[in-house]
Design a protein around this ligand. Sequence first.
Ligand SMILES: NC(=O)c1ccc[n+]([C@@H]2O[C@H](COP(=O)([O-])OP(=O)(O)OC[C@H]3O[C@@H](n4cnc5c(N)ncnc54)[C@H](OP(=O)(O)O)[C@@H]3O)[C@@H](O)[C@H]2O)c1
Length: 277
Amino acid sequence: MITSHNIGILLDLIKNSKKNSDLYLLVKKNSILYSSKRKSNFCLKNNNIEHTLNISKFYQSTLNILIPILRKNKKLVIAQIGQSIDGRIALNNGNSHYINNPKSIIYLHCLRSISDAIIVGSNTIKKDNPLLTTRKIKGTNPKRIIIDGSLSLNNKYKIFNDGNENIIFTKSSKIVKLNNSTIIRLKEKNFTKNLITQIKKLKYKNILVEGGSKTISELIDNKYIDILQFMIAPILIGSGINSLNLKEISNLNRAIRPKHNFNELENEIIVNLFLNS
Ligand SMILES: NC(=O)c1ccc[n+]([C@@H]2O[C@H](COP(=O)([O-])OP(=O)(O)OC[C@H]3O[C@@H](n4cnc5c(N)ncnc54)[C@H](OP(=O)(O)O)[C@@H]3O)[C@@H](O)[C@H]2O)c1
């Protein structure tokens, strides 16, 4: 049976398999089949084994969303937004727990586990105080990259106290000591462009940008995001923080109309927009 205890191992196996490997994976109703014969487009490297495991609808949907991303076998930057149907990611007071179904946390940890690094802005650290790990599924933790323009964070936040490392990008020259952190200072002029150049130099394969709104919007405006993924909960929040605040356009023919797909996950809709393809 696929559970939160082994989904991380399976995702690691898929992630580390080579494109032309000799084991294939078929995700179908209630089961997942590993085979040495080609039965689907998904393949995994392993010894010649054939094995069937039971799988719930939730993990089946999770794999159906994540495997095509993993099988692209190229560097990808994915931005993920958990939002209400009226486009809010948090209340004005910063409260964002929980807009999505509780199972969406497990899905999010799966998405983190296929990512080599995770990017968030400083407001998300201040409002949510997240760890940004894969603890719900015991997967591989991505490296944490925090954008803290004015270097306003301090050691009281969890990311500075769990022993894992952080990379902090800033434009501030303030002298601050943050636990387990490398602070990289960039010029204020063209900060976002320089930031993208520096992150590319770190040579991570999959990068997840987890928020908030300012961080994701700025990176979309600078054409850094390959896949923009919305996890849309069927709830109405009213006033709150918009999921995105992109540059204004003057005519609808300038709207971004990317390739896209829709997936269902526990009564929520996952929409992928393929921005760079
Ligand atoms: N539902 C979800 O999926 C989700 C996910 C994550 C966060 N959230 C919510 O989102 C809210 C926070 O979002 P937010 O938009 O206010 O803030 P944010 O994006 O988390 O952080 C913004 C700050 O990060 C720095 N920053 C990020 N990108 C930058 C860039 N390209 N150039 C310069 N500085 C940059 C700036 O710091 P300085 O101001 O110091 O310059 C900026 O003010 C929280 O309430 C959180 O709960 C929701």
